[in-house]
Structures are given as structure tokens and as C-alpha cells.
Design a protein around this ligand. Sequence first.
Ligand code: ZN
Length: 218
Amino acid sequence: MRKVKVTGSGQEFVIGKILCIGRNYVDHIKELGNEMPERPVIFTKPATSVIGEGEEIVIPSYSSDCHHEAELALLVGTRGKDIPASGALNHLAGYGVAIDLTLRDVQADLKKKGLPWDIAKGFDTACPLSDFVPASSVANPQDVRITLSVNGEPRQDGSTALMMHRIPELIAYLSGIFTLEPGDLILTGTPAGVGPIKSGDKVSAAIEGVGKLSVTVR
Ligand code: ZN
């Protein structure tokens, strides 16, 4: 079973469920031509989709359009159900950098047919993830810069200040549906600038005050 580390704290967590938020940044909703959701759009990835720093993305053969989405990842440290937004941040053990890989062609086809997207989002290597920093070390997770480059060329440059559904609200909403447990991860959505990656690319994401993550495409 895959674990995540919280640097400097000696803490390690076996990865539980990975809850992901779709369409949480207005500029990204516009670039995909999606409708603005009233409530957060939720999907999941299995723990087996995680890879770490320096590992390889393997794009499945059933896709020819794999997109990067750089996102702030939250690591749950304390169990909770129906968590009020006011105390929500106390349930986090750390913050990290994630890349939510998405097979855009497969996802578009499944959406059109009204079918679930799991194979577009949950395949092996679909969730590159950095180590985490302790939650206490990030003064304001709602105001950090997220960037992603491919082969050194800038693609995404946004701020968590641009989230529509903010972090405490996301935790409150998710915990009303899913009991949150230590080791669960929440991917908070992507800012604009998503685009395709291909074999041989080096993909690097960074979040100010949180960390960096570099992976390559096989
Ligand atoms: Zn995403």
C-alpha cells in the first residue's frame, strides 16, 4: 500500500480515498466550455493511481489526449463526518502538490454517453503526488500560487485565491457525504491552462510554500 509523508514531522499515512473536485476555478470552466456548477463536482481516484517524485506517467493505450491539471492537495489527518466549515482546517495534516491527469478524449466520450469517467481519471499513474508539508506551516492555503510547466515551458499559472468553493467549504461538503479518515486526500481543482502531454515530456508543478513535483512521461 502506498504511503504519503509529511516532511519534518515523521508522520506517514497510508493513502485512503482520493476525492477530487472538478470545475472549481472559473477560468478553467470557461476554457473547457463547461457549465458553472452550483455544488462542487466530485469524482474519485483509487490509491493505486498515485506515483511520486521522479516516477513515470504511463498514458493508457486507449487514449491519445492526456491532459495535466496542477492542483493543491489536502491530506486528512483526523477522522470526521459532517465537519463544520469553521473547524474544517483542523482536520488536515498537510498540503501537497498533485497533478490530476485526465484522458480528455476518453472523458469527453463518456460524458457524452452519460457514463462514469473513472477510466479517464483513475488509471495507474494518473495521480502524481509530492510529499506533504505540515498544515501548520502554510499560513494561508487559500492564497498560494500554483504553476505547471512542460519541458520548461509555462502552461498553468494560477492562485488558490481563485477557487469558487473554498477549502473549508469543500471539507464540510465532502464530509457530509463521505466520512473523512486519516490518509484521505482531497484534490481541490485546477486553474486554467490545462493541456496535453506526450511521451518524453517532463512535467513540473509547484505550489508556493508547499512544494514541487516533477515527473516524466514514458
Ligand atoms: Zn482536476
